[in-house]
Design a binder for this molecule. Structure first.
Ligand code: TYM
Length: 331
């Protein structure tokens, strides 16, 4: 049976990008595979976090996982820092990695630059982020990892580290495959559509959050940048704004670009945007109301306690194999 692992950082309010690129795609796997879905709070601290906010966001993200459709009876939902094997195997992966390959990671380069500008230093954790992510995945011998397109390089390095370890110390790890959705793998900013939609964007109009109320979604889509061409047409070069909105439409409606172009032929952007708002609101409102219910219930803690115990039971099997392979044991 396939084993699925994925994680999201509790580092800000989740965006439509996180939903379409990752969370939405977690759901169908729970009926056909063994699933581990993690709240990766140890990745979140690779940049400075406010402790109280990090604590709150960790719980909020767990509630959002469930509100979006994850069923704790089918999938294991847990917090990364509550399963110590992540940090332990993470260290072993760091020791198997090279400084040069880490410095070449594009996400490292852009985040390091941002941190240096903002705080005057580059946290070392940013450089060692990928080996910790590799540890997350390899601990569960995952076969598939549903993630957005921006994680491609991290997935490649995960496979490289696993292969390197297996070659040197014997076959311990399964090589995981990335699973990216056809539509929604890269949702772009609504204001600068050549840039990816991100939790940490300072421009509130650029990002739709999963928990935005319908009136906020409406305003943001209405304000989304388009162009003066006036045709609903997929052309990332010349119509990046409209193309991004079409990708979002497609991810929600299941229609391909050709079908969407036909639907709005000769109609300009008004009708298209109105339908898009309806599509987003229809799918996101039930998530918002379930989320509000869950936040007020004591259920969440028992789900996460159970999840951590199940994840630990599984992770410790691989961890034991890995320390024996590496000679990191006494008896
Ligand atoms: P994070 O929290 O930055 O993003 C979580 C997921 O959301 C996807 N995503 C997007 N997809 C489409 N369009 C966007 N604009 C967009 N923005 C974000 C990301 O691709 C990701 O799937 N490194 C991971 C966290 C992680 C992880 C793991 C993932 C740590 N360990 C192990 C999988 C397996 C990340 O950056 O998360």
């Amino acid at each position: 049976m396939d084993v699925i692992f994925s994680g999201i950082q509790p580092s800000g309010d989740l965006t439509l990008g996180n939903y379409l690129g990752a969370l939405k795609n977690f759901i169908p796997f729970q009926d056909k595979a063994e699933c581990f879905y993690c709240i990766v709070n140890q990745h979140a601290i690779t940049v400075p976090q406010d402790p109280k906010l990090l604590h709150e966001r960790t719980r909020n993200l767990a509630a959002l996982y469930i509100a979006a459709g994850l069923d704790p009876k089918k999938a294991t939902i847990f917090v990364q820092s509550e399963v110590p094997e992540h940090a332990l195997l993470g260290w072993m992966m760091i020791c198997s990695a090279y400084v040069g390959e880490m410095e070449r990671m594009t996400q490292y380069k852009s985040k390091a630059q941002k941190q240096e500008k903002k705080n005057g230093f580059i946290p070392l954790g940013l450089l060692t982020y990928p080996p910790l992510m590799a540890a997350d995945i390899l601990l569960y011998q995952a076969t598939f990892v549903p993630v957005g397109d921006d994680q491609r390089q991290h997935m490649e390095i995960t496979r490289d580290l696993a292969e390197r370890f297996n070659r040197k110390y014997g076959e311990v790890f399964t090589l995981p495959e990335m699973w990216a959705p056809e539509g929604g793998a890269r949702v772009m900013s609504l204001q600068e559509p050549t840039k990816k939609m991100s939790k940490s964007d300072d421009n509130e109009w650029a990002t739709i959050h999963m928990l935005d109320e319908p009136d906020v979604i409406t305003k943001k889509i209405k304000r989304a940048v388009t162009d003066s061409i006036g045709h609903v047409h997929y052309d990332k070069e010349n119509q990046p704004g409209v193309s991004n909105l079409m990708s979002i439409h497609s991810a929600f409606s299941g229609k391909n670009f050709e079908e969407i172009e036909k639907m709005y032929e000769g109609q300009g952007y008004g009708v298209f945007k109105k339908d898009l708002i309806d599509l987003i609101v229809d799918q996101m409102s039930p998530i918002l109301s379930r989320y509000k219910e869950l936040m007020g219930s004591p259920e969440l803690d028992s789900i996460l306690d159970e999840g951590a115990a199940k994840a630990h039971a599984r992770a410790s099997i691989t961890y034991n194999k890995a320390i024996h392979a590496m000679g990191l044991y006494r008896k």
